[in-house]
Design a protein around this ligand. Structure first.
Ligand SMILES: *Cc1c(COP(=O)(O)O)cnc(C)c1O
Length: 473
């Protein structure tokens, strides 16, 4: 039995490689959106679990057939919904190898190569993103856990400075922490705040100005009102809808005057700083205390991959490290467990290493600038079509448009309906994939371009699909 299984590895992995390649090579012909409905997927997948197992190859073959049409064409160059990137060839291959190598990247002793690769890549990332070289870092599942990691460090440092050891005493009886942010913050911030025991009542939300950025005066007034309270100021590098950046050079000095910890959500936007053309948007960001970004968005590393960076490495480490009898404390080499919320974990460094080596500095810059250009082209192209209103012109790779109901006396609710209808029609055409969002109270179609695969031809196909949808709907 064990021998059979060993022999099946070759055939099973070859089958997976062949079918994966077939999937990726077929992206241009296949509808971008999933077409199988719930009932079909349930029937195909929801089989009784048998007593007797199946040969590995049969299982993989069956799985591929069962999910057919139930997968979204996320790796396609015409998938523009949400903020989702693709996977570079080397990063995808490195990710497969990560599974094949089966390393538990918890400790240096568990996997020397995994530990060293994270060490190297963490330094590359700080350099590329222009973050302070003394900052510590962690490779986590995404920006969500990167927020948790950074804000755990913030909690540790803010309460320590008030004589409270949160790691020992917890939060019962501790001074309350206040989190000041724009009301446009990503929902993952709220989840982090809940997980860390601050509670959503700790959030002071400010409305941004017309450029979707926090106003220095509003921030100052809020900080002044509760001066002396341990405070985290949350800023954004790339708003989820608009890609807007807070003005770090004017806001961070204000937050610092009130001894606040400044955390930056840069899930995708932090990458704009790599490009000389967009660098001005991140100017001053290095003065913050912690930063989060993703590998699985603009860098085109496969899911899941996010990065946390913390200026005060000591606070980071004391918030997350553990000791156990079988762990030899090691200050020279990186034990990932000291920096991450997880214990056993995937060796995430390999895929990022591959992505950065494949692109090089110029390749990252080119990827950022190219996708921004395509986002602008799509929004400009849509604007020339009848009944399209541009709500937000891309500053980077994000734009917002709305489809207007042409009937006289049409209300906002009618425009909302029309917007959803046109999005559905474009998705039904199979030519491109978009989703709706609500922005300033209006339904809108978000144009998010992050994939290395997107080409001029994808932009043309997308605009043609939108023109058709408008004509026929
Ligand atoms: C995607 C996103 C997040 C959440 O990141 P995950 O990687 O999905 O956990 C947080 N903030 C912003 C601005 C994002 O775009």
């Amino acid at each position: 039995m064990v021998e059979d299984r060993v022999h099946s590895i070759d055939a099973t992995l070859s089958l997976a490689a062949a079918r994966a390649t077939q999937f990726l090579n077929g992206l241009d012909e296949r509808p971008v959106g999933a077409t199988a409905d719930v009932a079909k997927l349930r029937t195909r997948l929801n089989r009784p679990l048998k007593d007797k197992g199946l040969p590995a190859e049969t299982v993989v073959d069956g799985l591929i057939d069962a999910v057919e049409n139930g997968l979204q064409g996320m790796p396609s160059g015409r998938f523009f919904a949400w903020v989702i990137g693709g996977a570079l060839p080397s990063a995808l291959a490195a990710d497969w190898l990560t599974s094949a190598w089966g390393q538990n990247a918890a400790l240096y002793a568990c996997s020397p190569a995994a530990s060293i690769v994270e060490d190297v890549v963490g330094t590359w990332l700080k350099d590329l993103l222009r973050l302070p070289l003394e900052a510590s870092f962690a490779f986590v599942t995404g920006c969500q856990m990167a927020h948790v990691t950074c804000l755990a460090a913030a909690r540790n440092a803010l309460l320590k400075s008030r004589g409270w050891n949160v790691e020992e005493r917890g939060l019962y009886g501790a001074p309350s922490i206040r989190v000041v942010s724009s009301d446009r913050k990503h929902a993952s911030i709220e989840k982090a705040v809940r997980l860390l025991g601050f509670g959503t009542q700790s959030l002071s939300l400010l409305s941004p100005d017309g450029t979707e950025t926090l106003e220095p005066q509003a921030l100052e007034e809020t900080l002044k009102r509760c001066a002396g309270m341990p405070t985290i100021v949350l800023l954004q590098a790339g708003d989820i809808n608009t890609g807007a950046f807070d003005s770090f050079s004017s806001l961070i000095p204000i937050a610092k005057r009130y001894d606040a910890w400044v955390h930056v959500d840069g899930a995708f936007g932090l990458w704009a700083g790599v490009s000389p053309k967009y660098r001005h948007l991140t100017y001053g960001v290095e003065a913050a205390d912690s930063w989060t970004t993703d590998g699985h968005k603009w860098l085109n590393v496969p899911f899941d991959c996010g990065y946390a960076f913390v200026r005060d490495a000591k606070a980071h480490r004391s918030a997350l490290s553990v000791s156990a009898p079988y762990i030899a404390a090691n200050d020279e080499l990186r034990d990932e467990i000291d920096w991450n919320p997880e214990w056993s974990r995937r060796a995430r460094g390999f895929a990022t290493y591959a992505a950065l080596m494949e692109l090089g500095r110029n390749g990252v810059t080119d990827l950022i600038e190219r996708t921004c250009r395509f986002a602008a082209q799509i929004v400009h192209g849509l604007e020339t079509l009848p009944g399209v209103e541009v709500l937000w012109r891309p500053i980077i790779n994000q734009g917002l448009v709305r489809f207007l109901d042409a009937r006289s006396g049409a209300t906002d609710a009618d425009h909302d309906r029309r917007t959803e209808e046109i999005i559905r029609a474009v998705v039904a055409s199979g030519e491109a994939f978009f989703a709706a969002t609500t922005w300033r109270g209006k339904r809108a179609m978000r144009v998010s371009v992050l994939n290395w695969r997107t080409t001029e031809n994808d932009v043309r196909r997308t605009l043609a699909a939108a023109a058709n949808a408008l004509k026929s709907t």
